[in-house]
Design a protein around this ligand. Sequence first.
Ligand code: SF4
Length: 398
Amino acid sequence: MDDEIRKLKNFSQFMAVETAEEKALLPSGPRGQSCTFLQKNVEATDISLQDELPIHMAALPNGKRVAMLKTMLTSACERNCYYCAFRSKRDFQRQTFKPDEMARTFMQLYQKKLVEGIFLSSGMAGGGVRTQDRLLATAEILRVRYNFKGYIHLKLMPGSEREQVKQAMRFSDRVSVNLEAPNNRVLTSLAPEKRFMEELLQPLRWVEDVRKNESPSQGWNGHWSSSTTQFVVGGADENDVELLATSSYLMRKLKLSRVYFSGFNPVSDTPLQDHPALNPWREHRLYQASFLLRDYGFDPEDLPFEKAGFLPLDTDPKLAWARANLSDTPLEINRADYQQLLRIPGIGPVSARRIISARIRHPLHGIEDLKNTGAVASRAAPFILMQGKRCPGQLSLF
Ligand code: SF4
């Protein structure tokens, strides 16, 4: 297994650019923390390997945290995306796994209790269709030969076909396509060989088409896979309006569970090696805004964009919206409906539901009642009335 471990370690140095099921972290952590941070699995039989392999703690859609091997079948790629460490014109030693070799290696790590799930991507070798076939073969070996029941996140390659998309959904808990850019104009500045609509967006459309029109009994565990995508942020001249308008379309129309924003970091020996790295606060504000679109009923037009189409870096977008819209017209906490409650800073979907059910029994009187619902009362206070009165001391919070 030494040779396989050596190859996995070789991928490890580049995998930070791929976002999988990481939680969005505050930018105060070191860059790449979300990819490499790993809580030791106390049951693991070879803990030293955990430090060296591309394993990270992933938060699954059901909230469970699992140790995930984040890797690829090959670091060889025939394309030349301007930001990418794997581009064909870059000079470094490439590593490749065959499908059965990858599946076997993963299962050995699984049996050592080092990993519980896999995120599997690949460089493009021999076109998107042939590359997708190798990814599918790996997933099939895991599910059928090894009877692996754990988490699989499988990449869909640019240009993969509808039948391949469906096959990927039969084996995986999640599939994803890296759109890289919010539209064709921006993509041309990042990855001119990729075609936005035909190669990248189309597989995501097929995912939703399968979910809508084909019986979920054909999917893994009787469900069709969820889907996500990733944008490279800050490597071109895209603005936040473009990123979030496309995100909104993807989450609402194509039912993507999540959009990942991967802050650009220059890689040596690429056309963008002198381009500055992204300010991590921009990535963080984009995540906050995307959650407002997905979970809080915001439309892109509600977001507090500044003139050039960027979110302010120094303010949470929900707080900025509330300051502009609720400071002079605070919402009565005992009458606001669910959607209105979600607009108040410090109140999320869970606390909004608790407020509605608590006030059926009796009106909320004071800040302690609000705290008991799980809301962050200090954030909400400047924007609410409780039984017609503003909360004491709230103005000092501005
Ligand atoms: S196709 Fe993927 S792996 Fe290849 S250069 Fe582009 S981003 Fe990198």
